[in-house]
Design a protein around this ligand. Structure first.
Ligand code: FAD
Length: 389
């Protein structure tokens, strides 16, 4: 691919930069893992939608801008450069949205995508169960057809922002006699359905947006089935490909952290503090890795724009960004020394506390979106062709 931007792409970048400079909130929003912050972020998403930037690669009729994935990468670079708020509806816009675009009916596209783009409806991902995390084919929650409804029973867990979300997408066992990957159906569930109980779980950062969700004869219309009945596994694997391979973590996020890490390194050196030589090498390596990740993503996008699909290589991607994120935050904490223990908002922390907060979240990177051990299994079996045992 040609690594130079076209005049049209440069013009789009300029336009996006100007809009973001004029519109990004001057005050940092509260965390979207709090009720207050969740609503503040929804307001911001509405503004993005009004400006035409909610989801740039989506068709205009679904709340997008009709741009391509390269323009999405450019937009993401500008988004992080502007210090804009995190996307509260990331499970919706980055994971479910592309899946609905691929396999949804025209009615489902029209019904769900515009409200997703504006965050009028925020989505939670309901895949994990107490005994079906890594072993997702062990899903036990059932959705049994009764006339024009599915009757759902069972439990989901670890739903990010599930405590505040409006809808949940998940896989359920629609054939009670089935096992493993077979007999599962992908269903879109309104969380205000009678028979559904959402129980928040507190995370290491004391916030309670994570949730477990209980289903007790909850009736959901069959029109909310996504893809074919019994073929939910295939639909979910397409969603996982997007999650691990491209959309969930754009390179701009890591390039932005790498830039901040370099700044922190320079400030630390300028302050006269001792910085061990190996720390300098790690900072340089992190910066190079973030750039390498960006180049690799451009390659993925070129492949997708040429009609390709994301396959098992999504697992390589997921390991790379999650390990890089942890490494960058760990390095920042080492540079900060004793100041690393300051949390955001504590007196004397300034913006230094963001690093500890970011580190705590980075620790979850090797777990969510499928643990890195499982990604290594996938790489061993499907890319390297090694035997299962
Ligand atoms: C911050 C965060 C957000 C999350 N958000 C969501 C969400 O929104 N929706 C959702 O559905 N889930 C979510 N999850 C759940 C996440 O997907 C699961 O935690 C993950 O898939 C692991 O499943 P588990 O917790 O059941 O661990 P287990 O599957 O019990 O695994 C425990 C450990 O054993 C290892 N292990 C298990 N099997 C193997 C094997 N065959 N080979 C090698 N090692 C193995 C695992 O890698 C792991 O280290 C989230 C998790 C986190 C931390």
């Amino acid at each position: 691919m040609d690594l130079k931007y076209t005049p049209e792409q440069e013009a789009f970048r300029k336009e996006a930069r100007a809009w973001l400079e004029a519109n990004v909130p001057s005050e940092k929003l509260a965390s979207f893992d709090t009720k207050e912050g969740f609503e503040q972020h929804r307001e911001w998403e509405k503004k993005l939608q009004a400006g035409g930037y909610a989801m740039v690669p989506w068709p205009v009729e679904y709340g997008g801008r009709g741009a391509n994935l390269l323009e999405w990468l450019i937009f993401e670079e500008e988004y992080y450069r502007a210090g804009a708020p995190g996307r509260v509806n990331q499970n919706g816009i980055f994971l479910l949205g592309p899946t609905i675009m691929d396999v949804g009916t025209p009615e489902q596209k029209a019904r769900f995508l515009p409200k997703m783009a504006s965050s009028e409806e925020v989505w939670a991902q309901g895949w994990s169960e107490p005994n079906a995390g890594s072993d997702m084919a062990n899903i036990q929650a059932t959705a049994i057809k009764d006339g024009d409804h599915f009757v759902i029973n069972g439990q989901k867990t670890w739903a990010s922002r599930g405590a505040f979300a409006h809808w949940l997408f998940g896989m359920f066992r629609s054939d009670p006699d089935s096992t493993r990957h077979k007999g599962l159906t992908f269903i879109l569930v309104p969380l205000d359905t009678p028979g559904i109980t959402v129980r928040p779980i507190e995370k290491l950062n004391n916030k309670k947006a994570f949730a477990e969700v209980f289903f007790d004869d909850a009736r959901v219309p069959v029109e909310y089935q996504l893809g074919e009945e019994g073929k939910g596994w295939d639909v979910a694997m397409a969603t996982a490909g997007f999650e691990r391979g491209l959309m969930l973590r754009s390179p701009a996020r890591f390039q932005d952290t790498a830039r901040k890490l370099v700044e922190l390194y320079k400030e630390t050196v300028a302050s006269g503090a001792y910085v061990a030589p190996e720390l300098r090498r790690t900072v340089a390596q992190c910066w190079m890795d973030a750039e390498a990740y960006a180049l690799n993503t451009y390659q993925t996008v070129a492949h997708l724009m040429g009609g390709g699909k994301i396959g098992a290589e999504a697992s390589l991607n997921k390991i790379f960004w999650s390990e890089l994120d942890t490494k960058m935050h760990e390095t920042a904490l080492k540079l900060l020394g004793h100041r690393a223990e300051l949390l955001p908002g504590s007196s004397a922390a300034g913006d230094v506390g963001e690093w500890l907060d970011g580190y705590i979240f980075a620790l979850a990177g090797p777990i969510y979106a499928g643990t890195n051990e499982i990604q290594r299994n996938i790489i061993a079996e499907r890319i390297l062709g090694m035997p299962r045992k």
